[in-house]
Write a protein that binds this ligand. Structure first.
Ligand code: ATP
Ligand code: LTN
Length: 322
């Protein structure tokens, strides 16, 4: 079954990206999976062009380091396949201003910026274009992207009704644990690449000592009862949720095995470090191999373009473009 997902090269990857998305990318990959570092999306945020280039290479290396294999499926850089920007325009003309105004991520992100780029407002349409260009049936993402996938479905249905059956209607696939990893210092806010929270964010490339420090200092509460209760105990429940994503157990089952926050935190730090060590090692190897990432990008561009070109032409023709 065709899968598509994308990740923005907006900075170093964190464990929210891993448990919410990248881990599933690796687990679900097959000959039909298409994964992209969506560098056009990252243009919605102000970044120095030289740093932007590095972020794209870093993001590619992170995707490969978690186990996504370009020999199995397709891995590519969005800006190398021009059909994404072209399809974006077609679909902007199938999406309403009102629909985009309801996107909660836009509301949150635009509040944090002084000058809001028009691209930040229309970006869900580019995301819909990404997914629909590959006729993807499933889209592995974290919880924060659920609303964008819902919009993608509505746009695809509207297009199909108006112009003929061109698109597959996709669905979001969320992990059972870790779909919304929260910031360790501010557990009511999601862990994020674009908000600076050095102690609250665990990066895939953090030193083991830093991971341990961040987990041990994670904000919890003072009632001392180890219990999974995201409403009343957001900090502790977030740690249990991360632990559950690592251990393949439920947060409730894990909670029942601990009496003290300190013991839970120590075990969690150890498990996290065991999970992250091979990822960091593979990442460093890839970043040191000059040319390897460029080879993957070139190969991926060809494979992605072959699929996307065909679907783009079909959509354009259906809308009446000659
Ligand atoms: P930003 O904070 O700049 O929006 P981000 O950290 O959300 O960036 P993206 O590139 O936008 O990263 O997201 C890539 C994938 O990671 C998406 O599928 C998204 O749902 C998932 N993801 C991001 N943050 C989290 C999180 N805290 N918990 C679970 N999944 C997450
Ligand atoms: N908008 C997403 C990244 C993204 C994506 C996609 C995810 C862009 N295109 C297509 C899934 C499918 C984000 O900000 N996390």
């Amino acid at each position: 079954m065709r899968l598509f997902s994308g990740i923005q090269p907006t900075g170093p990857m964190h464990i929210g990206n891993y448990f919410g998305a990248l881990k599933q990318w690796a687990e679900m990959q097959d000959a039909e999976s298409v994964y992209s570092v969506v560098d056009l999306h990252a243009l919605t945020i102000d970044t120095d062009p030289l740093i932007r280039r590095e972020y794209s290479l870093d993001a590619m290396a992170s995707v490969l380091a978690v186990g996504v294999d370009p020999l199995v499926g397709t891995v590519f850089l969005q800006s190398r396949v021009p059909y994404h920007a072209q399809m974006n325009w077609l679909l902007e003309c199938v999406t309403s201003f009102g629909e985009l105004s309801r996107m909660t991520q836009f509301k949150e992100k635009s509040e944090r910026q002084t000058s809001v780029r028009a691209g930040l407002f229309t970006y869900p349409v580019l995301m819909a274009s990404d997914v629909l260009l590959y006729r993807s049936a499933q889209v592995p993402v974290g919880e924060d992207q659920r609303q964008h996938i819902e919009l993608t479905r509505e746009v695809a249905l509207r297009f199909n009704n108006r112009y003929g059956e061109v698109f597959t209607i996709p669905e979001a696939v969320l992990p059972s644990a870790g779909a919304r990893v929260m910031d360790l210092q501010e557990p009511t806010r999601k862990m994020s690449k674009s908000v600076s929270s050095p102690l609250g964010t665990i990066y895939l490339l953090d030193d083991p000592a830093d991971v341990e420090k961040k987990v041990m200092k994670a904000v919890t509460d003072t009632d001392g009862d180890v219990r999974y209760d995201p409403e009343a105990k957001p900090g502790l429940s977030n740690l249990l949720e991360i632990f559950a994503a690592l251990a393949g157990e439920t947060p409730v089952a894990l909670a029942s095995r601990y009496q003290r926050y300190g013991d839970l935190k120590a075990d969690l730090a150890e498990r996290l470090n065991a999970c992250l060590a091979p990822i960091a090692q593979r990442y460093r190897e890839l970043r040191a191999e000059e040319g390897e990432i460029e080879r993957v990008i070139n190969e991926g561009t060809e494979r992605a373009s072959a699929i996307a070109g065909e679907v783009y032409r079909e959509a354009a023709r259906a809308m009446g473009l000659l």
